[in-house]
Write a protein that binds this ligand. Structure first.
Ligand code: HEM
Length: 221
């Protein structure tokens, strides 16, 4: 599809990915200008609002990034591949904002408080794991790193995104107190995407095994 190869389409997707943070910035600006009472969502607890907002977009971007390959293959849209890196980096960007909200506005850069939280609250441990797993992916996302590592090794490292998403879903499931519908929905989507990967992998296994025809097999005994 030509549209997917155009520079404009990529620019449009970039702006779309940026829209959530621009919207958040705008709402914070209005909140700051007009003060309490103007924006009921923000007024109740601005820090919690920003934390939840950025957390939601992190998990969404992780799942969108993971959907690129299945969509590309199922609908025969090879050009979709050029969006994967950008989407993955946006997942990292929202995760970074999410983490910084916690470090800055929730724990006030207090290392002791942070360590206590990471050790004592299992949902924070899971969130940290999810974020830590995204770091090597963001660092090695450039074409230079694909060349340096070799495509196969690079691809193996980038499968960490599944573990990161799993840690993210677990983090979400553990932190909600009663209504687990949304974390379960995200978990379900992740399970489908993982099942698709496993199916593709299983199909490729016979191709990778060395061929042992009956005529050569006896030579090994
Ligand atoms: C892969 C990484 C991560 C993902 C996908 C993720 C996702 C989420 C999601 C979806 C929520 C709930 C949003 C809602 O209720 O609407 C959330 C909340 C939260 N996350 Fe994360 N998160 C990640 C990493 C982290 C990290 C590294 C931290 C801090 C160390 C963190 C701290 C929190 C906190 C404090 C909350 C709010 C908890 C509460 O309501 O009591 N998250 N996150």
């Amino acid at each position: 599809m030509n549209l997917l190869s155009s520079r404009w389409a990529k620019a449009a997707v970039f702006v779309l990915c940026l829209a959530p943070v621009l919207l958040l910035g705008w709402r914070l600006f209005i909140f700051w200008r007009h003060g309490l009472g103007y924006d009921p969502d923000l007024t109740a607890d601005p820090v919690a609002y920003i934390t939840h907002y950025t957390g939601d977009w992190t998990i969404r971007f992780l799942l969108i990034t993971l959907s690129v390959t299945p969509f590309r293959k199922l609908f025969n849209l090879p050009k979709l591949a050029r969006y994967r890196r950008m989407l993955g980096l946006f997942a990292f960007f929202y995760a970074f904002l999410h983490l910084m909200t916690w470090i800055w506005l929730d724990r006030f850069f207090d290392p002791h408080e942070m360590m206590k939280d990471v050790i004592k609250r299992r949902f924070i441990t899971a969130g940290m794991t999810g974020f830590a797993l995204m770091i090597p992916l963001a660092v090695t996302s450039t074409a230079g790193w694909v060349r340096r590592l070799g495509f196969e090794r690079w691809q193996r490292i980038h499968r960490l995104i599944y573990l990161s998403a799993l840690a993210g879903v677990t983090h979400y499931y553990w932190l909600v107190k009663s209504d687990v519908r949304l974390p379960l929905l995200y978990g379900g989507i992740l399970a489908v995407l993982m099942a698709y990967r496993v199916k593709v992998w299983l199909r490729s296994v016979p191709k990778r095994r060395p061929v042992t025809t009956p005529s050569t097999a006896y030579l090994r005994d």
